[in-house]
Design a protein around this ligand. Structure first.
Ligand SMILES: Cc1cc2nc3c(=O)[nH]c(=O)nc-3n(C[C@H](O)[C@H](O)[C@H](O)COP(=O)(O)O)c2cc1C
Length: 226
């Protein structure tokens, strides 16, 4: 008998703990609970996440569509909530940057599992003005400014030593306390949502899902089945 004859056709590598069923509790979310303005509601849930001790509550999973049509996802940090959108900062030549400059459509998830909550956002992302990017870049710690300048984000590099050598060279050119110019390839995107869903986990998977959809002048609100 060969090894493949005796091996199960579909071996389970990790199974038991994945079959666990957690009760998501009885906290509810009703149409009457939410603000008519989804940005106000988002700010309220961000405050709740912060006060409930969620680690990095402003971390969000951003999905984009590559020029060849492939979706790709990664975490970025939300740096501003404005009356018309959400801001994050990155390298415009990174995988996500190139994707967004070709196709602005995004989906975003704030995954707050310990609160039994998630927020799902669908919309489009557009580069911020140079002034906005400059202003945010200036608030970053010196080391982060140097790193953003040293790194061509998402491009391969021979080894870490090469990256560290670039950092040392930049630190000599721009010592701590001096102004590091913002690389032209680094800046912000503002996401303009078209739909925002607030998801509150409930017992027996009868979750609450309240969805905002952009209308010509405002937002409509409806409830989705769990
Ligand atoms: C908690 C967390 C926060 C992050 N925040 C950012 C961010 O604000 N901007 C950014 O460009 N990358 C951020 N990253 C790194 C990205 O997830 C990603 O690795 C990087 O941007 C390259 O992505 P890309 O190759 O898909 O463009 C963060 C990663 C983690 C885990």
């Amino acid at each position: 008998m060969t090894v493949s004859d005796s091996a199960p056709a579909d071996p389970v590598i990790h199974g038991e703990s994945l079959a666990r069923h957690t009760d998501y509790g009885s906290v509810s979310l009703t149409e009457a609970d939410v603000s008519p303005d989804p940005f106000v509601q988002l700010a309220a849930w961000l405050d709740d996440a912060e006060s409930d001790g969620i680690y990095e509550p402003n971390a969000m999973v951003l999905s984009t569509i590559d020029p060849d049509g492939h979706p790709s996802s990664r975490t970025v940090l939300l740096r501003g909530v404005h009356s018309d959108g959400l801001e994050f900062f990155t390298d415009y030549t990174s995988r996500k940057g190139r994707a967004l400059l070709t196709n602005p459509l995004v989906s975003i998830v704030f995954p707050w599992y310990t609160q039994h909550r998630q927020i799902l956002i669908y919309g489009s992302a557009h580069p911020t003005t140079a002034e906005v990017s400059d202003a945010y870049f200036a608030t970053r710690p010196h080391g982060s400014q140097i790193a953003a300048t040293a790194s061509n984000q998402s491009q391969p590099i021979a080894d870490r030593a090469e990256l560290e050598a670039r950092v040392r060279e930049l630190e000599e050119r721009y010592p701590e306390g001096s102004d590091v110019p913002r690389p032209e390839t680094w800046g912000g995107f503002r996401v303009r949502p078209d739909r925002i869903e607030f998801w509150q986990g409930r017992t027996s998977r009868l979750h609450d899902r309240i969805r905002y959809t952009r209308t010509a002048t405002s937002w409509s609100i409806d409830r989705l089945q769990p």
